[in-house]
Design a protein around this ligand. Structure first.
Ligand SMILES: O=C(O)CCC(=O)C(=O)O
Ligand SMILES: [Fe+2]
Length: 215
């Protein structure tokens, strides 16, 4: 028997598409001039994007010196500098839409893409700010598109700000197709992390778009 074409099998909602950002982005004002924007379900139909990224990106393990030895950083990485071809065409569309939406407020374009692969719940990134470069001294933005398993992006005010400790942070769920943008002073006055989880989660790929000179 030959397979017949069955249009009803296609769920239109599963078609790859990015929603317009205007009117869909929700901003959370944090302390000290930091904020985060959220757009849930920005990228629809992202199963194929996840598959492509898992298969085609030349993922590399990062080593980091800790005391007297090098240790594996528990996630895989790949960095796309300005003007390098992104590993899926929808990522270029995402970059273009982000630039349309944020250009005026950011005052410059997002140009680089850092990709991270969290293979399972044991992969994580510890508390940090993206403070290599200008994020250390000036307001900037880092836009993160997530595909794959749900994880949590945790945010908390930096202890070094000298303010009362124990101030409540934020735990933002980041799921398949979601966009989160950290802005204002977020990189220098707040830290963020992807905590490990004991839940049985599959892979998550995070795509972080940044302006030049921010890492
Ligand atoms: O995985 C994420 O969404 C965050 C990654 C991150 O904070 C970083 O690589 O600087
Ligand atoms: Fe970061």
């Amino acid at each position: 028997m030959t397979a017949a074409y069955q249009p009803s099998m296609f769920d239109l909602d599963d078609e790859l598409s990015l929603a317009p950002l205007t009117g869909r982005v929700v901003r959370h004002e944090l302390s000290l001039g930091a904020w985060v924007d959220e757009c849930r379900g920005w990228l629809a139909g992202s199963d194929e994007v996840l598959d492509t990224l898992l298969r085609d990106v030349p993922w590399r393990a990062e080593r980091r010196q800790m005391y007297d030895r090098d240790v594996d950083v528990p996630r895989l990485l790949c960095w796309y500098s300005e003007r390098s071809a992104l590993p899926h065409p929808v990522l270029q569309q995402a970059l273009d839409l982000l630039n349309e939406h944020y250009a005026a407020e950011l005052g410059e374009p997002f140009v680089t893409a850092g990709l991270c692969l969290y293979r399972d719940g044991r992969d994580s990134v510890a508390w940090h700010g993206d403070r290599i470069g200008r994020g250390n001294s000036a307001d900037t933005m880092v836009a993160i598109l997530s595909v794959g398993s749900d994880r949590v992006l945790a945010l908390r005010e930096r202890p070094e700000t000298g303010r009362a400790p124990g101030r409540p942070g934020l735990r933002l769920p980041v799921g398949h197709g979601d966009l989160v943008v950290m802005g204002g002073s977020c990189q220098r006055t707040w830290d963020h992390a992807i905590p490990k989880t004991a839940k049985p989660v599959g892979p998550r790929v995070s795509i972080q778009f940044r302006p030049a000179g921010v890492a």
